[in-house]
Each structure stands twice: as structure tokens, then as C-alpha cells.
Ligand binder design. Structure first.
Ligand code: ADP
Ligand code: MG
Length: 231
């Protein structure tokens, strides 16, 4: 199935003190099936805002988000929840795990209230194995290192097998060695499971290792280039 997501003339304005600032200005971009994309740009250039809109955590001020050529804003709330469930996994710099839930429970959380054909607990354990944390199922986030918490967060983002993984500076809070582990995990997911990846980074060297690099400045995309395959 086609997993293309398109942004058409997206803008996002924020009002503060009566002044409107445009976090995004006329963004046109198409995310193609299997893409492994880095987004780089100075602080405040609109990277997080773009990710939030693509992930339907936020709405554009104008313009459209299209999924398989259909405007996402026309979906009702139930359809929107289904769109998210089928397409979007999110990971953040701050991990955002629920502190009172174990690693396995955090991973199962997105499945709450959903009927699925598989055993939820087993799925969580399989994902923990995939991220190398099979012995941490019953650990609370506070008992895990930053790198381990991010691996749990990745497992949680993948539990519903989304077509896209959106990662907002996923290695920003990690030392470079741990960041490398996380980056390689994203690469493997893309290569072996065909999961589309869109990750924001401040690190120019990391950005070069995606298949496609998007540079943002002042709410605009200033370049969008194919880079080397899996450096
Ligand atoms: P980046 O992730 O590239 O650092 P952001 O997308 O977070 O940039 O922010 C882009 C611009 O939008 C910045 O000027 C920021 O101050 C502004 N902005 C982002 N979110 C909000 C918000 N919730 N309210 C007001 N302004 C915001
Ligand atoms: Mg940001």
C-alpha cells in the first residue's frame, strides 16, 4: 500500500503579544514510501512544528496534509485516531515514558482500548527483545538509563506497526555512543521493516547519514537532497 504523506502549502502561525509569527511558511514536501529523512536547521526554524503537523499532534493554520492523496483534515475524530494508529509513531528528545508504568506497560499503552489480532504482552516482549532490553520488561523508567528509556520509547512507537516513525531529536539527550545505538536502530527499522523515518537532528554528520536530507531555515525548506545510501 502507498504510504505517501504530502504537505501542500502548509503554514503555521503562532500568536504571542498580538504579534503573529510564522513557524512554517508554505511548506511543500512529499514523504515517499521507505524514505529515511533527516531534518536539520537552526533552533526555531520550524522542525518540531513540521513534525507535529505531519504526526497530527497539531493542525496547520493553512494548507493541507494529504495521506494517499486524501486531505487528513477532512477525517472525523475516529478516522483521525485510526490514521494515527496506522501511520504514525512518535519519539521525542525527552522520551516521555509514563513514570508509573513498567517498560512493558509503556510499550502496550498505545494499544489500550484497541482490538488486535496478537497478544499485546507478547508483542511488548518481542519489541523489548528487538531493542535489546529483554530483561527490563518489569523495570520502571526511573530504573533505566537515558539510552534504555529511548529504546523503550522506540518500542512503544512501533507497537502498532506504524508506516512512519517521527523522531524529534531522538539522540539529543544522549551521549554520542548511545546516540549511535539509537540511530542504528532507526536505520535497521527502515532497511528491514520498510518503516519510513523522519528524524530531526542538530548533528550535521548524523544528518548526512540519512537517505534524504531536508534543511530548514526560518520556517522554510531551503534544501531537500538525496544523500548517500546508509553511510
Ligand atoms: P525548531 O524545532 O526548529 O527549534 P519550532 O518548530 O519548535 O522550531 O519553532 C518554530 C517557531 O515557532 C519558533 O519561533 C518558536 O518560538 C515558535 N513556536 C513553536 N511552538 C510554539 C507555540 N506553541 N507557541 C508559540 N510559538 C511557538
Ligand atoms: Mg524542535
Amino acid at each position: 500500500m502507498n504510504q505517501t504523506i504530502e504537505c501542500r502549502k502548509l503554514t503555521k502561525a503562532f500568536k504571542g503579544d498580538g504579534v503573529e509569527t510564522f513557524a512554517l511558511k508554505n511548506i511543500d514536501v512529499t514523504l515517499e514510501e521507505g524514505d529515511f529523512i533527516s531534518i536539520i536547521g537552526p533552533s526555531g526554524s520550524g522542525k518540531s512544528t513540521l513534525l507535529s503537523i505531519i504526526g497530527t499532534l497539531d493542525e496547520p493554520t493553512s494548507g493541507e496534509l494529504l495521506h494517499e492523496q486524501q486531505p487528513v483534515h477532512k477525517l472525523n475524530s475516529r478516522q483521525l485516531a485510526d490514521f494515527r494508529f496506522e501511520n504514525i509513531g512518535f519519539i521525542f528528545q525527552q522520551f516521555h515514558l509514563i513514570p508509573t508504568l513498567t517498560a512493558a506497560e509503556n510499550i502496550m499503552a498505545p494499544l489500550f482500548g484497541r482490538k488486535v489480532s496478537y497478544d499485546k504482552k507478547q508483542r511488548a516482549l518481542d519489541l523489548l527483545q528487538m531493542v535489546g532490553l529483554q530483561d527490563k520488561a518489569n523495570s520502571l523508567p526511573s530504573q533505566l538509563s537515558g539510552g534504555q528509556q529511548q529504546r523503550v520509547a522506540i518500542a512503544r512507537a512501533l507497537v502498532h506497526e506504524p508506516k512512519w516513525l517521527l523522531a524529534d531529536e531522538p539522540t539529543g539527550n544522549l551521549d554520542s555512543e548511545t546516540g549511535e545505538v539509537i540511530f542504528q536502530l532507526l536505520q535497521t527499522l527502515n532497511k528491514e521493516k520498510g518503516c519510513g523515518v523522519l528524524f530531526v537532528t542538530h548533528d550535521p554528520a548524523l544528518a548526512e547519514r540519512a537517505n534524504r536530507k531536508i534543511e530548514m531555515r526560518d520556517g522554510e525548506i531551503v534544501s531537500d537532497t538525496q544523500v548517500s545510501q546508509y553511510a
